[in-house]
Design a protein around this ligand. Structure first.
Ligand code: HEC
Length: 191
């Protein structure tokens, strides 16, 4: 868990997150549904024990923060003639912008819960494994920038620990940097 008390960094994060981080459900899953579901979804076939509707199935193929060594990226960028290329034989490949979005999502921490709604369920039976994570809430700072993050606790009476949804990174945020509403939310334990 990375902690930082740097206010400017947190504000930069707030702005960066606003600038449109890659969202798994909006930007990645629809592409996988289109290109991969024929062989990787519970409603059809699940080849290679990889079901795109199960967050838990990504663990082996996605290294959060490290797209270039993530198996799924190696699979979708392999040559057409490579045995490991996905889809097999390079048919119906992901396009370069789609691959860029996949890589960015991994770079950003490979979170399945961007937006804070239900985890992805690409297919019937694709029960999410995310489980008990707290609800994502909207936090606003004194400058009016807002971000989706889960409440992870208070530290002393001056700091709140917020886990930014788009990155999965926990930040130690000074309460004084938040809007009065967000300060109240923090003091009430995120409720
Ligand atoms: C026509 C069927 C088919 C399609 C479409 C397909 N795959 Fe696969 N995939 C397979 C098969 C078969 C395996 C198992 C290969 C093996 O075990 O050697 C596999 C295995 C995998 C694995 C596991 C690889 C490993 O090293 O264990 C990943 C990850 C994967 N596919 C990702 C994808 C992605 C991403 C897409 C879409 C862009 C996709 N696949 C599309 C048939 C398919």
């Amino acid at each position: 868990m990375k902690l930082t008390a740097s206010l400017s960094l947190v504000i930069a994060m707030l702005l960066a997150a606003n600038a449109g981080a890659v969202d798994f459900k909006k930007d990645v899953l629809p592409v996988l549904n289109q290109k991969c579901s024929e062989c990787h979804s519970a409603s059809k076939k699940v080849k290679g024990k990889f079901d795109i509707g199960k967050p838990g199935d990504y663990a082996k193929h996605v290294k959060a923060g490290q797209p270039d060594i993530s198996g799924i990226v190696l699979n979708v960028t392999a040559d057409d003639s490579d045995d490991s290329v996905m889809p097999p034989k390079g048919k119906n490949r992901m396009t370069p912008p789609q691959i860029a979005a996949l890589k960015q999502w991994i770079q950003d921490g490979a979170s399945f819960t961007g937006g804070g709604a239900a985890p992805p369920a690409a297919s019937a039976g694709g029960a999410p494994t995310a489980g008990t994570s707290p609800t994502a809430l909207k936090w606003t700072n004194t400058a009016g920038a807002s971000i989706e993050a889960t409440f992870e606790g208070l530290e002393g009476s001056d700091f709140v620990l917020l886990k930014v949804v788009s990155t999965g990174i926990v930040h130690k945020v000074p309460l004084a940097s938040l809007s009065p509403e967000s300060q109240t939310l923090a003091k009430n334990g995120g409720k």
